[in-house]
Structures are given as structure tokens and as C-alpha cells.
Design a protein around this ligand. Structure first.
Ligand code: XIL
Length: 378
């Protein structure tokens, strides 16, 4: 096994014979449709476009992604992972990286002071390895999912640092060499002040230093893992992305082992990539950092029409194309791949249908748009 799991390989565009045949058949079917994304999709022509694509053959996303040298992935939900064999089969077919939507979070892995619970996380890592996939670890430091026992402890600063160190050494150390990248710190920027958020347990217990310490502990536990700062709403140019840029720029300048910035990209239908996204990605890359898309989904307000599905396809197409265009964007990871289990309906009432497969595991236009983006020459 290569270090940190499956390596997507060089971006030379070379496909194995079976995938090449499927890709060629897909492209023929796609190219004979009258509509090409992204420019010309309208409410009038979308239904025909979608119908034609649905009968197209489909090579696996992961094969096309590997030929471009990137990872394509999904978050995995524990309940269907355990109970729905079709869910597992689809993940193994389509993706070459997985991340847990819940089971790597602090409260799940560390339910009491002296107890860790690795059953579900071990099962996901074993599944990934059995299927030649890489793993993203999510997440070590976040203001959510702090267990009650930790809050109740009211630790002193030194105790909190020791608890943070123990948690990170135990968790990252357990999977040393098997997890390609870790979200070390998640969502640390406050949306009002654009400073570090102060309503976080770790900020309150340790102060702003928690950030540096978390990266240093993670690096000590697995020196080869790529360590990420992950956030939302900081993808284009603006106050929040400037705050993230400054934050990671300071970490880089002071020798803190940060290696990447994650863009969550929980966007709404109608979203478009703009030159700002490219500029922001390029300035982060210029710091020597990777940029990965870490939690992509495209939420649609009810009811969803054929035209909405087409516009959603455009959003997915643009985001994958953006990643391929940046100097260093190794991964596009979706926050779930089927509407059967997406978190969007519970998080955003009135919205849904945010992923690339519908609730009965049929590929949506967005799926074909991702395929197409992976096949479009850079
Ligand atoms: C979400 C999960 O999908 C839900 O199942 C859970 O109830 C709450 O967390 N940003 C993140 C993710 O970094 O950890 C969140 O995941 C979605 C927003």
C-alpha cells in the first residue's frame, strides 16, 4: 500500500482500456445531445438534455479522476454504510477518497475522558483500503461536537493543551500513514468579526495558540499527512477569504505545518464559479498550500424541476472544472452523493436534492456534468 493510501497518479489523462471504452461511448452520447454545459442550458432545452444523458453509458468517476491526477470523493454516513449494501457498492465504484460525515468528530471518537471509540472509524478506513481509496480525516478541532464531559471538566489552560495533545496523538497516531489529509481545524473564523471565533471551547480554554498547537501535534503524530484548515464561505474574494488567507499565511510564515486549505462549498442552486475563485485559489497555492473542495453539495429549494437539475449540473461542472484548473487542487469531495441520505433537508428546511444521485441511486444530470468536467481537457 502506498503511503497514505491510493495515489491518484499523474495527470496524464491515460485511461485503462475498459474505462477508455466507456468514456468514449459516454462522450459520443453526450456530444450528440444538442446542449453543452454550461452556457446553453435553459428551462426549455433542459428536459431533452437530461433525458438523453440518462441513457448514456457511464465510466466510473474515480477512473476519470485518477487519469487527471485528482481524487474524487464523498462523505460517508455511518447508518447506510452499515445497513445499505447498495450504498457501499456505489461508493466503491465511483470514488477514490472518502471522509466520514460524523464518526471522526471529537464527541464520537472520544465519548468520555478515558474512553475512545474507534469501531466506526476503523471500519471506514478498512473499507477504503480494501477498495484502493484514500481517506480524509475530519475533524480534530471544531467548536461543535465537543462532548459534555470536556465542557464539564472546565480545564485549566495547561490541562486543555494536554487534552488536545492526547486526543490528537491518539487519533492521528492510530491512523498514521493511512490518512492522506486531516482537517486539523474547522470553521475557526467568526462570521461577524472575521477574527478567530471566541465562542469556541478551544479558544476559551487555550487562547489563539490552540491553532498552532493543533497543527504541531498532528504533525508530530503523522509527519506525512497533509494538514488542512477547512472553512465555508471563504472561496471567492471577500472579507472571510481574506481572513482565511491571512490566518494560513501567518501559520506558513511562522513555520506551522499547515499544508492545505479546504473549501467546503455547501452552495445553493444557481451558484457559479467566478474569476474570484480562481484568484483566491491561486493566492493560496502561491503560499505553498493545496486547496481542496471538501464538502461540495448544491442545495435546491423545493420543488425541483428539470431546469433546476440542469442548473445544478452546471454548478457541479463548474466546481470540478475550477479544481482542475487550479495549480494545486488534489481533491473534490462531495458531502454525500445520494439524495437518499443528504444532510441538506434537515439542515436547510425547504431545500433538498443537493447531490449527484437521486434518492433511488439513479445518476442525476449533475453526475454526468462531473463526468464531463473530468473528461474536458484542461
Ligand atoms: C454535518 C453532518 O453532515 C451532519 O450529519 C451533522 O449532524 C452535523 O455536521 N461543515 C462541516 C461538517 O465541517 O462537519 C458538517 O457535517 C457540515 C458543515
Amino acid at each position: 500500500m502506498a503511503e497514505h493510501g491510493f495515489d491518484p497518479g499523474p495527470a496524464n489523462g491515460v485511461l485503462g482500456p475498459e474505462t477508455a471504452a466507456a468514456a468514449a461511448a459516454f462522450e459520443t452520447a453526450y456530444d450528440t445531445t444538442e446542449v453543452q454545459p454550461p452556457a446553453a442550458i435553459t428551462a426549455e432545452n433542459a428536459p431533452d438534455w437530461c433525458r438523453l444523458l440518462r441513457s448514456a453509458p457511464r465510466p466510473a468517476l474515480r477512473d476519470l479522476a485518477a487519469a487527471r491526477g485528482i481524487y474524487i470523493g464523498t462523505a460517508v454516513d455511518a447508518a447506510p454504510f452499515e445497513g445499505d449494501a447498495g450504498y457501499r457498492t456505489a461508493i466503491a465504484r465511483e470514488f477514490n477518497v472518502v471522509v466520514a460525515s460524523l464518526v471522526f468528530k471529537f464527541s464520537e471518537l472520544h465519548p468520555s475522558r478515558s474512553e475512545y471509540s474507534f469501531e466506526a472509524s476503523d471500519a471506514l478506513v478498512a473499507f477504503a483500503e480494501a477498495n484502493g481509496m484514500a481517506v480524509r480525516g475530519h475533524v480534530l478541532v471544531w467548536h461543535n461536537r465537543i462532548p459534555g464531559w470536556l465542557l464539564d471538566l472546565r480545564p485549566s489552560r495547561d490541562e486543555a493543551i494536554e487534552l488536545l495533545r492526547e486526543h490528537i496523538m491518539t487519533v492521528v497516531g492510530r491512523y498514521r500513514g493511512r490518512i492522506r489529509s486531516w482537517d486539523v481545524v474547522n470553521e475557526a473564523i467568526d462570521n461577524q468579526t472575521y477574527e478567530l471565533r471566541q465562542d469556541s471551547f478551544w479558544y476559551q480554554a487555550i487562547g489563539p495558540d490552540y491553532m498552532r498547537l493543533a497543527f504541531e501535534f498532528a504533525h508530530e503524530a503523522d509527519p506525512d499527512a497533509v494538514l488542512y484548515y477547512n472553512d465555508y464561505g471563504a472561496e471567492g474574494l471577500g472579507r472571510k477569504s481574506n481572513a482565511v488567507y491571512e490566518l494560513v499565511g501567518d501559520l506558513v510564515a511562522t513555520g506551522v505545518p499547515v499544508g492545505g486549505v479546504g473549501w467546503q462549498m455547501h452552495v445553493r442552486n444557481g451558484f457559479h464559479v467566478t474569476p474570484d475563485h480562481v484568484q483566491n485559489g491561486e493566492r493560496l497555492n502561491a503560499l505553498g498550500l493545496e486547496v481542496s473542495i471538501t464538502e461540495l453539495d448544491v442545495a435546491d429549494p423545493h420543488p425541483t424541476t428539470e431546469a433546476d437539475l440542469a442548473s445544478q449540473a452546471v454548478a457541479y461542472w463548474e466546481v470540478v472544472s475550477l479544481c482542475l484548473r487550479l495549480p494545486s487542487c488534489p481533491a473534490v469531495v462531495m458531502w454525500g452523493f445520494t439524495d437518499a441520505y443528504s444532510w441538506i433537508p434537515s439542515f436547510l428546511p425547504g431545500f433538498g436534492n443537493a447531490t449527484i444521485f437521486d434518492g433511488s441511486m439513479t445518476p442525476k444530470p449533475a453526475y454526468y456534468a462531473v463526468l464531463r468536467a473530468l473528461r474536458t481537457p484542461a
